[in-house]
Design a protein around this ligand. Sequence first.
Ligand SMILES: [Zn+2]
Ligand SMILES: [Zn+2]
Length: 347
Amino acid sequence: MRALRLLEWKSEPLLTEVDEPTPGPGQVVVRIGGAGACHSDLHLMDEFEAGVVPWNPPFTLGHENAGWVHTLGAGVTGLEVGQPVAVYGPWGCGVCARCRLGIDPYCENPAGAPVPGGGGGLGLDGGMAEYELVPDARHIVPLPDGLDPVRAAPLTDAGLTPYHAIRRSWPKLPPGSWAVVIGVGGLGHVGVQILKATTAARVIAVDTRPEALRLAEEYGADLTLLSGAETADEIRRITGRGADVVLDFVGADPTLRLGAAVARTVGDLTIVGIAGGTLPVSYFSVPYEVSIQTTYWGSRPELIEVLDLGARGLVQPKVTTFSLDEANTAYQRLREGSLEGRAVVVP
Ligand SMILES: [Zn+2]
Ligand SMILES: [Zn+2]
């Protein structure tokens, strides 16, 4: 079969021919219907090197996958060949306290995982191929009626990651509250939809690109602001007292500064983007009781919830499809910032 593989750090992935996987006991092979192209894949190709993460190339890219059950390994029950499914992307050890709660990205026994701190497309072969080997049937989540694999694939990361970040802040988003979304790309535009679908907060979207703000508006943002020197003052003026929750989908120095400048007392500033910026925190530098946290991906129960939102049309990532031959074009457009919403590779 054909697969888009990262063969070494700091290189362009190559479309190559590899053997079709066969499932061992307890494993499942999924015929891929859609594999999302994630901004973090660009970090893998452009910046990562040996020692940054506990795994190395070669592996097939694609950590945001959905399709149909293709073959079942010995002992797998409860799934049917041909059934539409999503693949839960972070693969932990399955037995530690975090994994038992379905929070595999925070697995506390990475040495017991199929790959430490990774998953398919992150150290092991992912979904930018005709088939993906999923090492444990517990990572397979059946799709609810009304959701096809192309629309489901981005929900497993571009949907699940903002959903997790927003869900933990629900108590701070009652009617009358304000949420600020910084960065309306692949995750941010879904974040806007999730805020509107699951909270009564008013949503302000901030980006440097006018077309990203048009997308935010289309998906329900109450206000959009082109980021500039005045943005923090503008948000303070509009909200009157600051934002109850700020979600930074970029995570660079200027966006973190903006987030801290607009957060309300007792608010949340959640860093989702992995640009790696830093924010000095001291007693006097942020409003009282502001909680600053990072989040990574989401839990298996949350994936079930976000797929439900997707099936009901409440959360629908904007998708541009590409063939496997065009996958590198998709990444190039992501790199240029010329992509609206999410690129999904359909093998
Ligand atoms: Zn991702
Ligand atoms: Zn674990």
